[in-house]
Design a protein around this ligand. Structure first.
Ligand code: SAM
Length: 325
């Protein structure tokens, strides 16, 4: 089992399959991906390389893989990629994070390929506000895709980044929605990245304030599994859905870290806010998962105890589309 110097074990791999996104979320990529970049991205990992990576991580104890990006559904070979992950029988859980744009047309194929969980980013339930945040009038698409995912029995979660000026006033709407909708709604505390300092300063809201409110309203905490993501989840008997809180600025957030990240070009990032990724492309491309696993074991000793977001250090991370959040 892969373990770092602080005794943390890594059951969960977040694999970016492209650093390109077609949305222009105001907190992430407000100017879009920039001119001249193709929607395929620059030399992203191939399906075979994803297979090699997943075999290596599975041999080190990884049980859950999430495909993320950029926007993973921009990859034309996403279905074979899902199948390549599923081919490792030690991977018990296969998830994807998406902006939902292609969800209605693709969720059936993803499900057939073995997808267990989908996280759809929906920062507002108001169509105009959704457009204002993302640059696209596509809330209806995300919601239609989400309904289809639920109908197929896919574990469906919604990511909403908490923002003082853009959706904090919608908290009651979100709660009313999950009274009847059986999704886990995960409120993510806005994180400061290299590119969003001013936006962060005027929009960051502490997740612990929301938590205090939930506890007062009778919400109870769900027990975590060892491959669980960073969210603390809450349930309430009057609600079909659950609430998750992701509070990277909270006390001890990094102590329970069980995740590693791979960039779309095959770099290992030991932390979302690390100073650098370790380039493993040559070993990945060679297709030898044993050699790759041995290399990852050597690199894990460099994982630090925690990020330094509190001190304003955001490492090499200009925005989360680079690595998938
Ligand atoms: N394109 C996909 C999507 O829209 O979900 C996957 C990539 S996106 C970077 C993954 C998640 O990170 C999304 O839920 C997004 O809202 C979140 N995210 C991006 N920038 C963030 C920031 N600065 N703070 C907190 N969450 C952020």
């Amino acid at each position: 089992m892969l373990q770092d110097n602080f005794g943390r074990r890594f059951y969960y791999l977040r694999l970016s399959v492209t650093d390109i996104c077609n949305y222009r979320c105001n907190y992430c990529l407000p100017e879009g991906i920039g001119c001249g970049r193709s929607l395929e991205g620059e030399n992203p990992l191939s399906v075979a390389e994803v297979g090699t990576l997943v075999r290596a991580f599975a041999s080190l104890g990884t049980e859950k893989v999430r495909l993320t990006g950029g926007e993973p559904s921009l990859r034309k070979d996403l279905v074979p990629m899902l199948e390549a992950v599923r081919a490792s029988d030690k991977i018990r859980r296969l998830a994807i994070t998406t902006n939902g744009y292609r969800l209605p047309s693709q969720i059936d194929d993803w499900h057939r390929a073995g997808l267990d969980q989908v996280n759809v980013s929906i920062d507002s339930l108001d169509p105009a506000q959704f457009r204002h945040i993302t640059g696209h009038d596509r809330l209806d698409k995300a919601l239609a895709g989400l309904d289809r995912a639920l109908a197929l029995g896919v574990d469906t979660k919604v990511n909403a980044v908490l923002m003082r000026k853009y959706n904090l006033a919608e908290l009651d709407n979100f709660l009313a929605w999950i009274r009847e909708t059986p999704v886990t709604l995960r409120f993510i505390e806005l994180m400061r990245t290299g590119d969003n300092h001013e936006f962060f300063a005027s929009n960051h809201v502490s997740g612990s304030d929301i938590e205090t409110l939930l506890l007062r309203e009778g919400w109870e905490q769900v027990i975590r599994t060892r491959d669980a993501g960073p969210a603390r989840e809450y349930f309430h008997e009057d609600y079909a859905g659950r609430i998750g809180l992701i509070t990277p600025y909270g006390k001890d957030f990094c102590a329970s870290c069980n995740r590693l990240r791979i960039s779309a070009q095959g770099k290992l990032h030991l932390c979302l806010f690390a100073d650098q990724g370790f380039d493993m492309r040559e070993i990945i491309a060679a297709g030898d998962s044993d050699a790759l696993a041995a290399h990852i074991r050597e690199l894990i000793v460099d994982k630090t105890a925690g990020h330094q977001l509190h001190e304003g250090f955001t490492g090499a991370t200009r925005n989360l589309a680079m690595l998938g959040g």
